[in-house]
Design a protein around this ligand. Structure first.
Ligand code: FAD
Length: 434
């Protein structure tokens, strides 16, 4: 499976290009090897670097570090979710276990930001679960009940209030949660790269082609060169399945998003000069929409099984048209052609929305599958899988492992047929919200 991305993601293009990129070109050996340099892999590498200052730790990515989903997401660091992709979690006890993990995720990112004085446009402004359909009140009232029982501050809002806060009269009802942070995902992951401990050596544009355990050594073959390692952590998220990891427990989904240019002063006035905000849909396949601190609008309104994962420009163009319509529906007063970029990214899902956090064989570990909540959970899981791989136990690991494990998935072609049917159904249910 080739891992290549488009170069049209605004979050990435906001940053200064990195120099000093090193690619593996020889045969090496090491104590620790981490595959995948997103939030999970970077966080694992940072922790191992701190735990073992005298050991050799290698971190490898198929593309430029951090430029997978970790830079391509919508930037919601969530404390609560209403939907996990296209599944809802209704049982209180399960919901609490999930929210406990989110809380630890936020704390882990917060600790990192504080320790390294990271500027990633951090804004503790909460988030809205919003709908244009007044009949979605029932769903929000049920959700409100769950949040009240677990002590999450929130309030229900209606059209007039929402129009003032968001600058669009598209939404008729929303539940605002006070918790949850909006941030610039590209800046966050870049800071994780820039602050890696010195004993972590990073190789980029270095795809892992295959791997094999022989006695107590894991042999990994890359496009050029190979690595023999004592311990390995797989942090490739949407690409776990293609590396044969937990093959029957996770599957990739391709998402696309678009971002506008910053609104001009006049356009900003036209929409009522709102503060930064983030909306998540009430219906699973509805649009995620953000208004950023620098007055750009982000919209993500597709999720699909796409083969190959990477989208060519013509495919992106089609999704971009859908996103232009989504923006126009919400902001008819804005000009037509304000979208500046459209990109795709790969997330990983499991059947029951639980994440992967496991030792899969002696000295072989995996962490991943966070669907739309990988900023906090990925950062947490990376750190904690490094600790687990060091045979240590923490309260965080107990919390992570208290959640049920991912459940078994049917083989192909039944799996893809099932996912596609479900996505079509959810897309129909959410057609007004796209
Ligand atoms: C459009 C979009 C919107 C999202 N919105 C949000 C959001 O608002 N909030 C949120 O919390 N989450 C969101 N997510 C999900 C979030 O981005 C992911 O959960 C998170 O980035 C996962 O981090 P990771 O490090 O596990 O994986 P990734 O960031 O995917 O990193 C995995 C890395 O592995 C590398 N890799 C893959 N195969 C190989 C190989 N064979 N050899 C070497 N390297 C390999 C890849 O190149 C990649 O860099 C969104 C995702 C997308 C795409």
């Amino acid at each position: 499976m080739e891992v290549v991305n488009d170069s049209t993601c605004s979050w990435i293009n906001d940053l200064t290009p990195r120099s000093n990129i090193q690619t593996l070109s020889s045969d090496l050996d090491c104590e620790w090897l981490i595959i995948g340099a997103g939030y999970t892999g970077l966080s694992a590498a940072r922790k191992l670097g701190q735990l073992y200052p005298n050991q050799k730790i290698l971190l490898v990515d198929a593309q430029l570090a951090g430029e997978g989903a970790s830079s391509r997401n919508s930037g919601y660091l969530v404390d609560t979710t209403l939907n996990d992709g296209f599944t809802s979690n209704k049982e209180l006890e399960n919901y609490k276990k999930k929210a406990d993990i989110y809380k630890l995720g936020i704390e882990t990112v917060k600790k990192f930001i504080k320790e390294y004085q990271v500027d990633c446009d951090w804004n503790e402004c909460g988030k809205y679960f919003a709908s244009s359909k007044s009949e979605d009140k029932d769903i929000l009232e049920n959700f409100s009940e769950t949040l009240s029982q677990l002590g999450f501050e929130h309030n229900l809002l209606f059209k007039e209030d929402l129009t003032k806060r968001l600058g669009t009269n598209f939404y008729n009802i929303a539940l605002h949660t006070k918790g949850g942070i909006l941030l610039h995902p590209g800046k966050l992951v870049r800071a994780m790269i820039d602050t890696l401990p010195e004993n972590v050596k990073i190789y980029e544009n270095t795809p892992l082609l295959n791997w094999k355990k022989v006695n107590s050594t894991i042999n990994c073959n890359f496009k050029i060169g190979s690595v023999k390692t004592k311990k390995i952590i797989f942090a490739t998220n949407g690409f776990l399945k293609s590396l044969g990891i937990k093959r029957n427990y996770n599957f990739p989904i391709t998402l696309t998003a678009s971002m506008t240019r910053p609104l001009t002063n006049d356009e900003f006035k036209l929409i009522g000069e709102p503060k930064e905000w983030g909306v998540l849909p009430v219906r699973p396949m509805g649009a995620t929409v953000r208004f950023t601190k620098d007055r750009r609008i982000l919209i993500r309104n597709t999720a699909e099984v796409h083969n190959p994962y990477k989208m060519v420009q013509s495919d992106l163009k089609k999704r971009s048209i859908l996103q232009k319509i989504g923006i126009k529906k919400r902001f008819p007063q804005l000009p037509d052609d304000i979208i500046q970029s459209t990109w795709s990214g790969i997330v990983s899902r499991t059947r029951n929305s639980s994440q992967l956090f496991e030792k899969i064989d002696e000295n072989i570990f995996v962490a991943g599958c966070y669907n739309g909540s990988g900023i906090g959970v990925g950062t947490l899981f990376g750190e904690q899988i490094a600790i687990k791989a060091s045979n240590e136990q923490t309260k965080e690991i107990e919390t992570i492992e208290a959640r049920s494990k991912p459940t078994w998935l049917p083989p192909q072609p039944f799996l893809n047929l099932g996912i596609k049917a479900r996505l079509i159904y959810e897309r129909l249910r959410a057609r007004s919200e796209i």
